[in-house]
Design a protein around this ligand. Structure first.
Ligand SMILES: Cc1cc2nc3c(=O)[nH]c(=O)nc-3n(C[C@H](O)[C@H](O)[C@H](O)COP(=O)(O)O)c2cc1C
Length: 382
């Protein structure tokens, strides 16, 4: 794209927002560019599509407040390991403590190397975080959704319903209203575990987990699917098997069995987008497809658009909120603000620039004078 192809105001905004991003930048984008960034996650309307994926960046109230202040659309809290009333956790191996994270280059992208797994503090502490998240939501500041790893049995074993019952009810109580919005995590370390060696076992989990959870509360459920160690066709089978969920988060990081660590980077977004492209329904049925939230190596507005074109009405980033400060063009503000500034306003690869580029190419059209982010996922007339 030539410099003259984007409005001068975009270059100006990019420069001035390096010092301070306005919290209500979606209103500014609408007024200045006629672009409506409204998005959706788990049936909830969002001011824009960018949220934070579950992990080490959503462990305490301070982190949530900083994200609310920055104008992030939503946050998924760190995954807690389900337990029964006596505190027993069949997935206890996932509740290990490990604080050191290493942010490393992987080709042109980044990955975070980390050996930890789920929430490692008490379940009561987690409930307190859910309640604090609810307060921010009530104040209209931030949607903060809990995430759980529940018991997953072998094919010949029953589900441990006591863990599903206790954990779901406790989270529903801590959450302010019905329905409880919840993510169920099938993590990359699970993909690397012997538990996930058999396809039939994984498909059974995906089919049965939604009803196991719903038996204990009014839940709107997103299932975060792993990248299993099988081929793309199996990845599609997993999406079909998870039809009991209200939304899918697609797809968690890859697993390097030799090093015993999960990883991201370009390989992750390439695989995710390849599978989502296979799964993309032909236009007449597009409106019928299940809501998707994209995750994996999203580090530009251009990648947000690629996930949106595959049906993702929101995106969840983790690694991009963890880069060394000098990697962001912005010079002031929290990492979240600096990340949002470049994701939205970068004059070449930011969300505004790429939506305007599509308008010029005739692949995105104004409705009532506005370009709509959601039209990328679900073009009108379908
Ligand atoms: C250090 C770290 C911890 C994570 N912990 C969780 C977790 O507890 N639950 C979960 O569902 N995803 C977890 N994730 C996955 C992220 O939420 C995200 O989906 C994934 O890293 C892909 O996005 P990215 O390429 O932007 O990092 C974690 C990722 C990282 C890097």
């Amino acid at each position: 794209m030539r410099n003259s192809d984007f409005p001068a105001s975009l270059a100006k905004d990019f420069e001035r927002f390096k010092r301070e991003l306005p919290r209500d930048f979606p209103a500014h984008v609408r007024d200045t560019y006629g672009i409506n960034l409204s998005a959706r996650y788990l049936g909830e309307p969002l001011p824009h599509p960018i949220g934070k994926g579950s992990g080490q960046l959503s462990l305490n109230t301070g982190q949530l407040e900083t994200d609310a202040e920055a104008g992030l659309a939503f946050v998924v809290l760190k995954t807690v390991i389900a337990q029964d009333a006596a505190g027993a956790q069949s997935m206890a191996a996932w509740a290990i403590r490990e604080s050191k994270m290493k942010v490393e280059r992987r080709g042109d992208s980044w990955t975070v190397t980390w050996k930890g797994r789920g929430w490692d503090r008490s379940f009561d502490d987690y409930l307190a975080l859910v309640s604090a998240g609810w307060d921010l939501r009530r104040g209209g500041q931030l949607l903060a959704v809990p995430s759980v790893k529940y018991h997953l049995p072998r094919l010949d074993e029953p589900f441990r319903d006591e863990e599903y019952a206790f954990t779901t009810r406790a989270l529903a109580n801590a959450w302010g209203q019905s329905p409880l919005l919840l993510e169920k995590d099938f993590s990359p370390t699970l993909a690397g575990d012997r538990l996930a060696d058999e396809k039939a076992q994984i498909l059974r989990w995906l089919r049965e987990v939604p009803q196991r959870i719903r038996a204990h509360g009014d839940v709107r459920l997103a299932m975060k699917l792993m990248n299993a160690r099988f081929d793309d066709d199996f990845q599609c089978e997993m999406m079909d098997a998870a039809s009991g969920a209200d939304a899918l988060v697609v797809f968690n990081r890859l697993f390097d069995r030799e090093r015993g660590v999960a990883y991201g980077g370009a390989e992750l977004s390439e695989r995710n987008l390849r599978v989502l492209d296979i799964r993309r329904p032909p236009p007449p049925s597009a409106a019928l497809r299940r809501p998707l939230s994209g995750t994996g190596n999203i580090h530009s507005g251009r990648l947000i658009v690629e996930y949106a074109l595959c049906g993702c009405s929101s995106v969840q980033l983790h690694t991009f909120f963890q880069l060394p400060l000098e990697e962001y063009p912005a010079t002031e503000g929290s990492r979240t603000q600096r990340a949002l500034q470049v994701l939205i306003f970068d004059p070449r690869n930011g969300l505004i620039a790429v939506m305007l580029e599509r308008e010029r190419a005739g692949t995105l059209h104004r409705r009532n004078g506005e370009l709509h982010f959601l039209d990328l996922c679900d073009p009108p007339g379908n």
